[in-house]
Ligand binder design. Structure first.
Ligand code: AMP
Length: 187
């Protein structure tokens, strides 16, 4: 199964991606995690990405796209994957289609986790306290919500037009949401 998981910051996308990919036995590919790993390791990619991440902005498409193309060409992604946090812009949607075309395959579904904005901000502030991510200050959180609404929310309509969008309510207990996601995917 080839899936994209999208949803606003704090909707529980990363947590759900982990559970769903385990249940479906497909690799979980999180662009945010790959960026964070590169930041920690101080790679060239990490240095470039950090500048944007710290402000809650998106890393430029060229940087993100080539990273994803390389990751999707790895053998473990051959029979399926769950992309978490990619695509996030319209050019990334086209790039993903082109990457998959080149691999002679296509996406099965895009799953949008929907969430209540106020609740989401509260969740993110709590995560900031627990994990201390540098992009989890209140100002950066608010900016990430604005960027999401402007750049990423419109992608759902594109996938809806392609007939592959599934919407799942992300509010409630973590395992409830996982069950909803798996049910939406026919599991
Ligand atoms: P996430 O862990 O998915 O919330 O991603 C953390 C940060 O990494 C984002 O706020 C962006 O700065 C960057 N990032 C992750 N995925 C992408 C993407 N597809 N395009 C651009 N920037 C991204």
């Amino acid at each position: 199964m080839r899936l994209v998981l999208m949803g606003p910051p704090g909707a529980g996308k990363g947590t759900q991606a982990k559970f769903v990919s385990e249940a479906l036995n497909i690799p979980h590919i999180s662009t945010g995690e790959i960026f964070r790993k590169n930041v920690t390791e101080g790679t060239e990619l990490g240095v470039k990405a950090k500048e944007y991440m710290d402000k809650g902005e998106y890393v430029p498409d060229e940087v993100t796209n080539s990273m994803v193309a390389a990751r999707l060409a790895e053998p473990d992604a051959k029979n399926g994957f769950l992309l978490d946090g990619y695509p996030r812009t319209l050019p990334q949607v086209s790039e993903l289609d082109a990457i998959l075309d080149g691999l002679d395959t296509k996406l099965d579904n895009c799953v949008e986790i929907t969430a209540n904005t106020d609740e989401v901000v509260q969740r993110l502030l709590k995560r900031a306290e627990l994990e201390g991510r540098p992009d989890d200050t209140e100002e950066v959180i608010r900016n990430r919500m604005v960027v999401y609404a402007r750049e990423t929310e419109p992608l759902a309509a594109v996938y809806e037009e392609h007939g592959i969008l599934l919407k799942v309510d992300g509010m409630g207990e973590v395992d409830e949401v996982t069950q909803r996601l798996l049910a939406a995917l026919g599991h």
